[in-house]
Design a protein around this ligand. Sequence first.
Ligand SMILES: N[C@@H](CCC(=O)N[C@@H](CS)C(=O)NCC(=O)O)C(=O)O
Length: 274
Amino acid sequence: MSSTDSTPNYHLASAHVRYSTWSVRVFILLNYYASLPNAPFTFTSTFYNLGRDIPLPTPSGLVPALTVPINALHHSSPTSDTTGETTVTDSLAIIELLHELHPELNVYPSHPLLRAHARVAAAEMHSGFSMIRSLCPGNYWAWYPNFNTSLSAEDKANIAKDLARIVKVWEGARKLTEELAAKGEVHDDGWLFGTFGAADAMFMPVLWRIRSYELPAPWEERAKKWAAKMWSEERTSLVTVMADELAREETVEQKYDDMVPGREMLPKDWKFEV
Ligand SMILES: N[C@@H](CCC(=O)N[C@@H](CS)C(=O)NCC(=O)O)C(=O)O
């Protein structure tokens, strides 16, 4: 990472990402961009133990929360008072702010059609898929190989409905991006909307849940290819994102580990087969 005196430094208040589906969205984006050559910002983080570190020291009492220097917000139109810093909460609001602060990163794509669909995808993830979220709590080193057999028929049907829509969103994103790339209108690195951005980060937690809980996703080819990329690329892989937590026993919360019966540990070398 390279930085200069004018490179802004942000601070992320986060839960340990192994249990926090909201925090990981922001953490993965910050991590990805801060590791780029000529990264436009640096960041530090404080990780809290949910349920133990109460109250969380953020305006909403929730994490994630990102603290940014006020002069970074005013970079294009300085006002009289740009001293100090401010804290922004809510994962989607933080992602929108990163897009505004660093348009060159394409947190949302620069192509208007792709950008519209990337925003829909991020927003749909933010407010939707309630069955998977409530029945499959985030616990990303965990593996529940027999989870499906323990579900009621009703829960299975509800999860199947969420999975069908999720795969359609991923497949649709990749198809549209490929079509625009074939016409030379966008650059495509294989992420949902071409370059790594908001939609990839927003969907990372449900992708992990599909793996952890062995959920029967009705895979389509492009969606599966994206999942495999997300899972195995160095900067977005589970092992990279949680390297620190893997080594630190104090990040484990028994309460969350015991929430769903039948827990085993995810084999670290597991990969999506495409
Ligand atoms: N809509 C918010 C939700 C944030 C949220 O609910 N965060 C949880 C952690 S994942 C939290 O801070 N819980 C506080 C606690 O459990 O004490 C977002 O997207 O940031």
